[in-house]
Write a protein that binds this ligand. Sequence first.
Ligand code: GTP
Ligand code: MG
Length: 444
Amino acid sequence: MKPVLALVGRPNVGKSTLFNRLTKSRDAIVADFAGLTRDRHYGDGRLGSRHFIVVDTGGFEPDSTTGIVKEMARQTRQAVAEADVVIFVTDVRSGLSAQDADIARFLRQANKRVLLAVNKAEGMQESPLLAEFHELGLGEPHPVSAAHGQGIRSLLEAALEDLPEDEDADEDDADRPIRLAVAGRPNVGKSTLINTWLGEERLIAFDMPGTTRDAIRVPLERDGRRYELIDTAGLRRKGKVFEAIEKFSVVKTLQAIADASVVVLMVDATQGVSEQDAHIAGYVLESGRAVVIAINKWDAVDAYQRELLERSVEQRLAFLKFAPIVHISAIRRQGLGPLWKAIADAHASAHCKMPTPVLTRLLHEAVEHQAPKRAGSSRPKLRYAHQGGMNPPVIVVHGNSLEHVTEAYKRFLEARFRAHFKLVGTPLRIDMKHSTNPFTDKSA
Ligand SMILES: Nc1nc2c(ncn2[C@@H]2O[C@H](COP(=O)(O)OP(=O)(O)OP(=O)(O)O)[C@@H](O)[C@H]2O)c(=O)[nH]1
Ligand SMILES: [Mg+2]
């Protein structure tokens, strides 16, 4: 599972600035998808090859007992409880405060790994002002500047130091069990679906994972195919069997999405696509995972509501339009066969092998059908294509003046590749490998 870092501190110390700094590169990748709403509290970060989840929190007052401040404190406590490491952010320019001492006291009791970041320390790495932060009793202060990007790397190195390396979830072996995550906001019916599955499909004997950091995965078999159901918060052991209860955790959802090979994104037909659904969908897109949209409670809506719902899916989940949509009723056990088929198809698509000769022929046929537009004096020349990756599949196109290939033309290519390989439920990336000098192209 991806490790989780929670940023905690009093108001205005720079938590959100640090959050943006830690998650920025990931944001840029998916910035330009229409309809994609970003959740500013959860994000993906990366240090070298290590990926992690960052949680931003509001200004924290641990002892508050009323109103919005109390609610913020509750959310911060949950973030701390779910984190592997807490980064306690303080501000060297305003110095140590009584509030910092309160938060430190809370964190010392929380039994978590805590790192003390002293922010706004640009140009102050050697400042004597840093010394007073030792008083908090949380170890060596790490001077950082979130705004200027200083001290961030060593803070992250320290934060990730003792955590186990995340195993590579991105295995290419199609024979391994399909790891399945059912994601969706509270009360969409995730646990009803999972309990139906656990009741109907063949459960395989398994051992409980050893540590709390391990994900609970329940193996099951369907039509001779092996699956592993990844917990998103609610899986509980009940005697010899498992049952799911409705419990929601963004962190667990994000970890499960990252760990899955196929995500079932559940939407409640009686509610339409909410902001929270769109957030979760955004994470699924960002993860590059194969995805099936399951619209649940289909039995409970009339023709008019169905039409409204179709439209809200089209509009709010436009960026997931590669995902098949299956209408189900988890409680009445309707639509579950088509859902299993969509899951298997999405998994097969994500692991599709696309031979270079076929890709190159498809590319040439596409160009023959419709050539890319000329830009100034040069017309992009698309020479050949090969597969650059799997899960999600990547097609790398080689040629000249490829920087002039428009987004619309890439979509045209994508549609043709998708149609040929019958790709459903997986994103497909097309990379233009442009080489200015045809004589250097040999190395490619
Ligand atoms: N000089 C300096 N200013 C910073 C730095 N990081 C953040 N700031 C400034 O500090 C102010 C607060 O930053 P935020 O990131 O919004 O702080 P926050 O902790 O998220 O605040 P709340 O969410 O309201 O608790 C802003 O004016 C930032 O520009 C830094 O490294 N150096
Ligand atoms: Mg903030």
